[in-house]
Design a protein around this ligand. Structure first.
Ligand code: GLU
Length: 489
């Protein structure tokens, strides 16, 4: 990281996220969007969204919707109406024609087939193909003749001599000898713009002050800087964010599992946890802090904290972080996320949940610190809604090992429960007293009871579980356990 903390008037910052709508909003795109958004929310200015839909063949409305949905889910709001690049083609074209008129670009009559052949020939000799500028050397009358004959042409930008450098906000000084930059086509023969021209033309028109994007764009940056200069526009700053790797150290791809952010919503990840997790893929708060609510991310974000080293997308870590956020989020906030899941899992209807809201919130409150995802929390909630839950065979094998003794124990527990006051303090007092009377440790009594109540040996505190289930239901479950224990003999 180099010197870069923005000190100019806050409102002058204009940053954009410019996805191509050719697929879902993937993790890398979301990370780029987040960093642009964080910068603006921290330092002021405007965060813009530009849908780069000039590639009509690959762009879809469905994908544009997925980008909107993904950004909305993450809470990355943009400050001006979204811009569609395809609407600006006339400007892109006129910028290209201006460069042609000013002698900074030239017509190229080489066909795609010619160029492919020459590329292959160069590559077969182990050389990189470089356009040899043959069309730039055509005599004027030959150019006129071809234009008059209707020979199709592209427009190529003539890369000037020299070296192109910039002070990257993440990577420091970067320099490319212009000799390594091919004369790039900026306008196709059908008059449609090529990516590098469209991006520069739009970034100029939108008065973008900082281009922050993935480092896979670094090789485009010298071309774009040369186009800014040729168009006489002031340069923005650039920041190239590091790659994102999978847990195996390889570049993140579908092989690593879900890469669309929307998938994580369905896997039960909270937007707040996803934002926190993405923020650490290329940024650090400067200490060991990892779990941060959004407000802290904004407060702590700084360009000094941008990292060069790749971020690692470790799903296990994301789940851990989600668990931390679930624990930091109130039951009231989680309820609207969990209720639809509980309804779709058939645990209750929306009306039932609304009627038992206080009970439901209490249950959420007990479970939210135990699950890593909302999906897992709803799974843990099953025994509180339904009597036909599954018994974990390991828990049964371990906690109900001696069936006769367990049956005798649960009989004693049952009669104590039948006579106990129904609140956590009284239940605890009575059951501990019973354990003392029986001369066993409390755990020896409570674990078999836990299996009877919820089918597993892990649950929130057993006295809270009893209260949530209620006396009648708890006794029914103990009865059912007794029947099962009797049947097993
Ligand atoms: N549309 C380009 C992409 O999806 C990004 C353009 C840019 O950020 O400059 O990769």
């Amino acid at each position: 990281m180099t010197d870069s903390t923005p000190t100019d008037a806050a409102s002058s910052h204009r940053l954009r996220f410019a996805p191509s709508p050719t697929g879902f909003l993937h993790v890398g795109g979301a990370r780029t969007a987040l960093f642009n958004w964080l910068f603006v929310r921290k330092y002021g200015g405007a965060f813009l969204l530009r849908i780069e839909d000039t590639d009509k063949a690959r762009s879809t409305d469905e994908s544009t919707r997925a980008i909107f949905d993904g950004l909305r889910w993450l809470g990355l709001d943009w400050d001006e109406p979204a811009v569609y690049q395809g609407a600006n083609v006339a400007r892109h074209r006129s910028d290209a024609l201006r460069l042609l008129a000013e002698g900074k670009a030239y017509r190229c009559f080489c066909t795609t087939a010619d160029l492919d052949e020459r590329r292959k020939a160069a590559e077969s000799q182990g050389a990189a193909f470089v356009y040899d500028r043959r069309c730039d050397r055509l005599p004027v009358d030959e150019i006129d003749r071809r234009i008059a004959a209707g020979v199709p042409f592209t427009i190529r930008f003539r890369v000037p001599d020299g070296t192109t450098r910039w002070d990257d906000m993440v990577r420091g000084e970067i320099a490319f000898p212009n000799a390594d930059v091919d004369d790039l086509i900026i306008l196709r023969s059908d008059g449609t713009p090529i990516y590098n021209l469209a991006v520069v033309s739009d970034d100029i028109a939108q008065r973008i002050t900082l281009v922050m994007r993935g480092e896979d764009h670094i090789s485009n940056t010298p071309k774009q800087i040369l186009l800014y200069e040729a168009l006489g526009a002031p340069l923005p700053r650039f920041a190239h964010l590091p790659n994102i790797l999978g847990a195996d150290g390889k570049k993140l791809s579908k092989r690593h599992g879900a890469t669309a952010v929307g998938d994580y919503e369905h896997l039960g990840i909270l937007a707040e946890a996803m934002v926190n997790f993405l923020a650490l893929l290329g940024w650090s708060a400067g200490d060991d802090r990892e779990v941060m609510p959004r407000a802290d991310l904004i407060a702590l974000f700084s360009t000094e904290g941008l990292l060069r080293k790749p971020g690692v997308f470790d799903v296990k870590k994301l789940e851990w972080m989600n668990g931390q956020h679930l624990g930091m989020t109130s039951a009231e906030v989680l309820e609207p996320l969990l209720s639809p899941l509980a309804v779709s899992q058939g645990l209750a209807t929306a009306v039932e949940l609304a009627t038992r809201r206080a009970w439901w919130l209490q249950l959420i409150d007990l479970l939210r610190i135990r699950g890593r995802t909302t999906v897992e929390i709803v799974r843990m909630a099953v025994p509180y809604f339904r009597d036909d839950f599954e018994y974990d065979p390991d828990a049964v094998a371990k906690q109900w090992k001696d069936r006769d003794a367990t049956a005798r124990l649960l009989e004693a527990v049952r009669s104590r429960l039948a006579g106990s006051g129904w609140d956590p303090v009284e239940l605890e007092r009575d059951l501990r007293a019973l354990a003392d009377e029986l001369g066993i440790g409390a755990g020896k009594l409570l674990q078999p009871l836990r299996v009877a109540l919820v089918g597993s040996s892990a649950s929130p505190g057993i006295f809270d579980v009893l209260v949530l289930l209620g006396r009648e239901r708890s006794l029914r479950r103990v009865d059912r356990a007794l029947t099962m224990l009797a049947e097993a003999d």
